[in-house]
Structure formats: C-alpha cells, structure tokens
Design a protein around this ligand. Structure first.
Ligand code: NAD
Ligand code: DAU
Length: 360
C-alpha cells in the first residue's frame, strides 16, 4: 500500500491538556520528523490541566504550539479554529473518560463524547470540502467491544457491545466518525486502545490512585474480587501507535492498540505495593495491608484483551516499554511530582471520592 499524502502541518489536538493528549503533544515535539504546529483545544475540565504542558508552552508557545481554552461542543469556536489555523489534521482525544463518573452522571459523556465528536466532524467536512491531504483521527477505546470471557481477544471486527455510559458514548462517537467516512468520504481513521498508564494521569484512575493512596497511608480500594483483567499499555507506546496511524493508516480503517499485557487488578495493585516498598526501603507487606476490597463497579467489565496484529503488520508498530520498567518509572514520577498532584486534586474531587467508596 502506498502511504497517504497527508500534510500534517497544522494539527488540531482536542483534549491536549489531559493525560494522553498532553503526553502525545510532548512526544510529538520530541520527534525529529515532526515539523508542523499544534493547536490544543481543551475545555480544562477537572481532568485537564495547562501545567501538564508548561514546558512545551515555554519552548514552542506562539511559534509551534497554540493553546485555546474552549469546548468542542461550541460550533462557532470550532469553526473559527479550523479557519484561523487552516487545520489539516485533527487528533481527537477530548472526552469525558472515567467509567465511574459516567455511572454517576452520564449526561456530560453524551454531550462531549457524542455531540462534541459530531461538531468536530461537521467542522472538518465544511472546512476541507473534499480535500484528500487531510485527516480526522478519532481516538477510542477497547471498552466499546464489551467484556470478554476467559479466552479470546478483541479484533477490529469484534462487534460493538458497550456496557457503561462511558463506553456507549465512545461507541456513539466512533459510529459518527465511521459514518462520515462512508457517507461524505471524509478522511477518517480510528484507533481503539486498551488501558494506558504513565505520567500526568488524573489520580482517579487505578494506577495513580493506588500510588498516591499508599503514599498517604490510605486504603487501596479494589473493586469486587480484584480479578477483573485489563491489558495495560504505556502511554508512549499508545501515542507511537496513534502517530503511525496518522502517517500511514488507511482512510476509513480502524486500528486496535493493546499492551499484550493482561493483568488482574489485584496483581497490578500488589506489584505497585512491591515497587513502592522497594523505592521507600520498607517491607511490602506493610503496604499490602492497606488493600481493601470494596463494593464492585456496576456492570464492571470482566476482561479486556486486544489483538494488535493489524497495526503491527500494516504499520510496523511494537511496544518499546515493558510493564515492569514503565510501572517503576510511573511510581517514581508520582512520588517526585507532588506539586502536580496537589494542583490537580481539588477539594471537590476529594469529596467525590469519599462519597463513592462503600465498604463491601
Ligand atoms: P482525560 O480525562 O485525562 O483527558 C480528557 C481531556 O479532554 C481533558 O484535558 C479535558 O479537559 C478535555 N475535555 C473534556 N471535555 C471536553 C470538551 N467538551 N471540550 C474540550 N475539551 C474537553 O482522558 P485521557 O485518559 O487522556 O483519554 C483521552 C482519550 O483517549 C479519550 O478519548 C479516551 O476515551 C481515550 N482512551 C483513554 C484510555 C485510557 O486508558 N486513559 C484508553 C483508551 C482510549
Ligand atoms: O480500556 C480503556 C479504558 O481504560 C479507557 O477507555 C478509559 O478512559 C480509562 O479510564 C480506562 O477504563 P477502566 O475503567 O478500565 O480504568 P480504571 O483505571 O478506572 O480502572 C481499571 C480497573 O481497576 C477496572 O477494572 C476498575 C478497577 N478499579 C479502579 C479504580 C479507580 C479498582 O479496583 N479500584 C479503583 O479505585
């Protein structure tokens, strides 16, 4: 297959101040083959933080990096950004991303993940008008495929079967992105990735939450029996996959990106305890005593696992970060970046957590 001729010079990254988006922007500016500029459109919800990219802003601000605080559901704003920067590529990360929050309040998920995606697609269709050197890359999740039994993996042809309001809203966005390719011939690619970990992840997600709780001597809340399985991938490996799809992925095609690294939740927590204890020079059993089994998440998907054969074969993607070294680096990062942690953990966030954990 000949590589598509995409401009990749004026890239709109949505949700660029969140976990994966900020890592993507930093990763891309460190790539010698990237010569373009990035426009980051982010509403700065509780999960978005401009300090995630303070270094990038200092180096590239107003020359190759432009930040706009704004909502992807604001049609006029999105249109203006397309025109002002003559956007030729969209990398659409912006989303409400936390499953537990979607259970407590699904409305925002539908608004951002479905309506927001639709508004961006419309703006792209209007601005690009049949151009073929452009691309709308939609970032999605393995959760749209539902839950696996003991065996098997999700492939790009697995049927959609979302179980939480979060995954249902992501599935809605995916379907719109795909529909715009088929109906309007808009150049669209989609990637569905498994659980990411790494620096700058908001501490409501399993790995940072556990690290920070153990450091504070607080209980480590494990949902249900702790035997649910997730397929963990380092955020840099995910972003490498995303960039490969953007450069070489075929229009209209979906690419699954997974860690090849299935872990039971309880094992992830115990490994974190061991790494933390070793870094602190204490007995890991002291930390493991903090593990507390709590009431399960409603509709908790049992197992995710991704078959990444397509992106490996077609685009030469592979992992470069092992779980052991990536996790160790991640624990260190959270322990060394306490100022960041304090900045992102608002009083409101703490109260929400306290309210929502019930002992089993
Ligand atoms: P995140 O919650 O850390 O960041 C989301 C970002 O989007 C934040 O900066 C937030 O301010 C911004 N945002 C939210 N609503 C917005 C709106 N209406 N307008 C503009 N900006 C808005 O999420 P993340 O973990 O970095 O996930 C990024 C994307 O990757 C999401 O689409 C998510 O579904 C997908 N994904 C995440 C994972 C994972 O493990 N975290 C795995 C696979 C796919
Ligand atoms: O699979 C990709 C998805 O991974 C992304 O699409 C989502 O945006 C991202 O949030 C993540 O979803 P999960 O629900 O899998 O991630 P979370 O970190 O919330 O939970 C991971 C597992 O750990 C899950 O089985 C629930 C469990 N868990 C989570 C928390 C926060 C606990 O046992 N205790 C906890 O306190």
């Amino acid at each position: 297959m000949t590589a598509p001729k995409r401009k990749l010079q004026s890239i709109l990254v949505t949700g660029g101040s969140g976990f994966i988006g900020s890592n993507f922007i930093r990763w891309l500016f460190n790539k010698p083959d990237f010569t373009g500029r990035i426009i980051n459109l982010d509403a700065l919800t509780y999960a978005g933080n401009p300090c995630n990219l303070a270094d990038i802003d200092e180096t590239w601000g107003q020359s190759r990096y432009f930040f706009h605080q704004g909502d992807i559901t604001e049609t006029e704003l999105v249109r203006d950004i397309f025109s002002q920067y003559d956007i030729d590529t969209v990398v659409h990360f912006a989303a409400e991303s936390h499953v537990d929050r979607s259970i407590h309040g699904p409305a925002e998920f539908i608004q951002t993940n479905v309506m927001g995606t639709f508004i961006l697609l419309e703006a792209a269709r209007e601005h690009w008008r049949g151009r073929d050197d452009v691309l709308f890359h939609h970032i999605s999740t393995d959760e749209v495929y539902g839950s696996l039994g003991k065996t098997g993996k999700f492939t790009e042809t697995s049927p959609y079967d979302p179980r939480s309001p979060y995954s249902a809203s992501k599935a809605g966005g995916d379907h719109f992105a795909s529909a715009y390719f088929h109906t309007y011939n808009l150049p669209v690619t989609i990637s569905n990735c498994s659980n990411n970990y790494g620096p700058y992840q908001f501490p409501e997600k399993l790995i940072p939450l556990m690290i920070l709780n153990m450091d504070a001597g607080k209980p480590l809340p494990v949902y249900g029996d702790g035997m649910n399985v997730r397929d963990w991938v380092h955020v840099d490996d995910h972003n490498d996959g995303v960039w490969r799809v953007i450069k070489g992925g075929r229009n209209g095609r979906t690419y699954n990106i997974g860690g090849g690294n299935e872990q039971h939740n309880i094992d992830v927590v115990k490994t974190l305890c061991a790494v933390y204890a070793e870094l602190k020079g204490i007995d890991h059993r002291e930390i493991e005593k903090l593990i507390s089994f709590v009431k399960d998440r409603p509709g908790h998907d049992r197992r995710y696992a991704i078959d990444s054969t397509r992106i490996r074969r077609e685009l030469g993607w592979k992992h470069s970060v092992s779980f052991a070294s990536g996790l160790r680096r991640t624990v260190r990062w959270y322990l060394e970046n306490k100022d960041w942690v304090e900045t992102v953990r608002t009083g409101e966030y703490r109260r929400w957590l306290e309210k929502n954990y019930e002992k089993r």
